[in-house]
Each structure stands twice: as C-alpha cells, then as structure tokens.
Design a binder for this molecule. Structure first.
Ligand SMILES: [Zn+2]
Length: 351
C-alpha cells in the first residue's frame, strides 16, 4: 500500500499544484483496490473503518463510477465493481452472479447514456425481493452525438455496420441508432457532474453520513477542478488540435478543450474501420502534421500501429479511462493519475 501510494504520487511530479492537493488527500484516504474473484472491492484494512455490516454496499457498473464511489463514500461504503480490471467495458455483459451481487446491494450505480447496453434487461432481472436503489449517474450531463462526418471522409457505413449486430442486445441497438456518445467521464468537467450525482445517491441511501459524503465530494471536486484548469491552460497553448485516437472515446474532451477528434474506430471499439477509412486517416495525418497516433491499453493496438507505420509517425497512449489494467491497479493508479498522464501525452503530441 505504501509502495503503491509512493509510485502514485511520484507519477504526478510534473503537476505541482495537483501533487500538493493529492498529497493532502492521500493522508486521509483509506481505500484501495483489491481484486476479489472477478470484481474490484474496497479494502477494510483501516482500523477506524466501520464494520462491514454498517457500511453501505454499493455496486458499480464500470471503473470511473467505482473510483467516484470509493472516493466519496470513504469509510462508509463497501464498493464492488462488476467489471474486473483489464476488461474493456463495451463488450462486457453481466452473468447471473452479477445480478445477484447487485440484487443484494443497497445501491447500484450505472452510467447510462447507452454505455451499458445490457442495463435495461439487468434492472428488470434484479431479484423481486431486492431493495437495491438504482441510479443512472450520467443524468444532467449535456450529451453529445458521435461523429457523423470526419474531416476527410463520410462515415455513413457506421450505422449499417452496427445493424449487423442485432439479437439480444436491444438497448445497445437503440443506443447505437441514436448515436449518443456515452464517454462523458473522459472530460473532467463532466466527471464533476458524475461525482455530484454519486454524492447525492450516497446521501439518499445513507443520510446519516451526509456531512462526510459532502466533505469527501468537496475534496474530490478540488482535485477535479485542478485537473480541469491544467487541461484548459496547457491545451490552449498547443499548436496542433487534431487527436487521432483508437476509438471514438474523446468527444467530451475534444468539446471541452478545443480539440478535434479523428477516431479510427466508432463509439465502441468493436466497430472496425474499412481499409478506405484507414487510408483516409493516414492521408489526414500526413496533411495535418499529426505526430502521434493514440492507442489505448484495453483494446488491441494493431490498427493504431498499422496506421502509424502507414503514415510514418509514432504511437502513444491516450487512456479513455474505461477501466484499469491489472498493472495499473497494482501500481495504485487511479482516474486522477491517468488523467494527469493523458494530459502529458496530449501536450507532447500536440506541440
Ligand atoms: Zn468507449
């Protein structure tokens, strides 16, 4: 734990202001990610922590909500994340044991906006005796649509392509047809809204600890606002604004910080591009002096590497924060440290 925390802090050496804030927060933090079976759960190593029976049991659908619930819930919550580390959430579907985990919890937090194509059926499938309160955490965020047209080519194949995936996933199909971009959490500005919704959900489920949840939220808000300020300042100074990314996960980041997203794949990484799309993007890269193609760790980097070699540029990670790898989890990485690294990479790529 100590080691992990040290590594976590060391990574932030370039963001001085943020480091100070995080050091202060690390002193009072008492949660850690511990893989248990196929899920992440909070650790109860802190002697002061409430006993399990007194804690609110919270189940989250994917990593960013797990992060927010542990940060804001602190010692009063026991959080289980349904998706194990190393798993990319777009093609994850729940098993029956996930239904019983959620049925037995007091609070189930999911993102909504089409991220969890399985969630409508999941909510209907919860045990009839369950008293779990379910909350869609993206509510209140101004949603954007996925990219219809890209700079150098029409993207009209996307809708038709996704129509091939019919079958049991009704909700996902509806979402794809609407074309709503679910990746709100990638922008610190919308992460703040998610954090507030998580706080309100915790207060509703456990009003006895309202002041602690509010205090933890305020501490997290300071960190998210510091990241937001760094993104705003540093990205306003970059020469290039074009980010060529693995899948279309950075729409909210692009909107909030004046970038132009050019995705190789669609809103979900399964939707593979046509050869012509790749050639068009390679042409775009050459003509617009793009120096790096971004890839992500939970999805194969093959297309990004192919494209980079075609356009004769390098690759670099831009993390859509959909989940941690096992290595990142072991190293004590979090939404905050990965957002910090994303900014460093963006600045390097866009100079
Ligand atoms: Zn995604």
């Amino acid at each position: 734990m100590k080691q992990a925390k040290k590594a976590w802090i060391r990574r932030l050496s370039q963001g001085f202001l943020l480091t100070i804030i995080l050091l202060a927060a690390a002193a009072c933090g008492n949660n850690t990610n511990q893989p248990a079976d196929n899920a992440q759960t909070t650790d109860d190593s802190n002697a002061d922590a409430a006993s399990d029976s007194e804690r609110i049991s919270v189940v989250t659908s994917f990593y960013p909500l797990y992060f927010l619930a542990t940060e804001i819930g602190g010692e009063h919550v026991q959080v289980v994340n349904l998706i194990a580390s190393g798993i990319e959430p777009h093609d994850w579907t729940p098993k029956s044991r996930d239904l019983s985990t959620a049925s037995n919890a007091e609070l189930f937090l999911y993102h909504g906006a089409g991220l969890e194509g399985w969630v409508d059926d999941f909510l209907k499938g919860l045990s009839k005796d369950s008293t779990v309160v379910t909350k869609e955490i993206s509510s209140g965020i101004s949603l954007i649509n996925g990219i219809e047209e890209e700079p150098e080519h029409e993207d009209e194949h996307e809708g038709a392509h996704e129509d091939e995936h019919d079958g049991e996933q009704h909700a996902e199909e509806e979402h794809d047809h609407n074309g709503v971009d679910p990746h709100t959490w990638v922008s610190p500005k919308s992460a703040l809204v998610l954090a507030k919704n998580v706080m309100n959900s915790l207060v509703e489920a456990d009003d006895v600890h309202q002041s602690d949840y509010e205090k933890n939220f305020e501490a997290l808000k300071v960190k998210l606002e510091a990241i937001d300020a760094e993104y705003t300042e540093q990205l306003s100074q970059t020469k290039n604004k074009n980010i060529v990314v693995s899948h279309q996960a950075f729409g909210y980041l692009a909107r909030d910080y004046g970038l132009n997203q050019v995705p190789i794949m669609g809103l979900s990484p399964e939707a593979e591009p046509r050869a012509q799309d790749l050639l068009d993007i390679a042409k775009f890269v050459k003509e617009n002096d793009v120096k790096y193609i971004f890839f992500e760790e939970l999805v194969s980097d093959q297309l990004a590497r192919t494209l980079a070699s075609e356009a004769d540029v390098d690759t670099m990670v831009l993390n859509p924060l959909e989940g941690l790898t096992s290595e990142q989890e072991a190293a004590g990485d979090s939404y905050l440290t990965l957002m910090e690294r994303n900014l460093q990479n963006l600045v390097q790529a866009l100079q």
